[in-house]
Design a protein around this ligand. Sequence first.
Ligand code: MG
Length: 334
Amino acid sequence: MVIEVKLREKYDIVIERSALSRIGEIVNLDRKVLVVTDSGVPKEYAAAVVSACKTPVLVTVEMGEGSKSIETYTHLLSLMLENGFTRGDAVVAVGGGVVGDLSGFVAASYMRGVDFYNVPTTLLSQVDSSVGGKTAVNLSGIKNCVGAFWQPKGVVIDPTVLKTLSPRQFNSGMAEVIKMAATLDKELFEMLEGGNFYENIDEIIARAVDIKRRVVEADEREGGLRRVLNFGHTVGHAIESEKNMTLYHGECVALGMLPMCSDEVRGRLASLLELANLPTKTDCDPDKIVFGIAHDKKLYDDKIKTVYVNEIGTFEIREEKLSDFSNKVREVLS
Ligand code: MG
């Protein structure tokens, strides 16, 4: 299945079992290609891309957020320069969000931009970060401090790669799918309530990617609608840093969604999260969560703006007093 993303420049997202084995037919690799992967990704995935390139340069960065650094970024640019890459050459990311963000930014900035292709190998990156063109590295402990919007020339999603993903990582990706369904697609939410995620994963990916496509097309530079994607992320990010990254992103988003909805939605949401083996309670101190948010968002005026779901498949942007917000977080999560 092919989903066409219509931004200033169009590109295709190909969702196809075993697409990796014929990637040379799907994207133009008949040139110099920097293939970027990380040490946590099974080697055969990058190898499949390398074998389809005319002149590949393979680089394997360390697994983890630490590779989204200016140092690694500089290293990749230097590799391209040493190997004589020109504007007509390309970068391909094979991995999760870290590899995609890092190599996307390399592609965005090398000689003012070269072609970028993304081959996401985690469910989270397939349904989320591979669509939208956000690329970045971290600086001085600030996440995504330096980056650019740089749309890929193409995204290749091969659902069969998910067989090597740990169940916990799979579930973490499902949290973002559930987030999109809860805010924008009631029908998908109902389908998910039926379970069988692995069996239905091709359709789940396609529907989630299509939701994200709609949002990004409507709001490429994050001025309005794209904020809906932050559902669960305000509280989620606070839990993520409070827990020192020991919880996965999706697990934190799962927790973060629960205080931000009506009682009725919360009941269904909690059941679905449990079905997906995602947490619905945390031992995280609610005061620390709220303090983290207030500090992070520099809230001086005692009000906080969040995405709220009153009814499945819809959302609103709500502004509430920090004290009300904090009571809700306390009540729901502990
Ligand atoms: Mg997220």
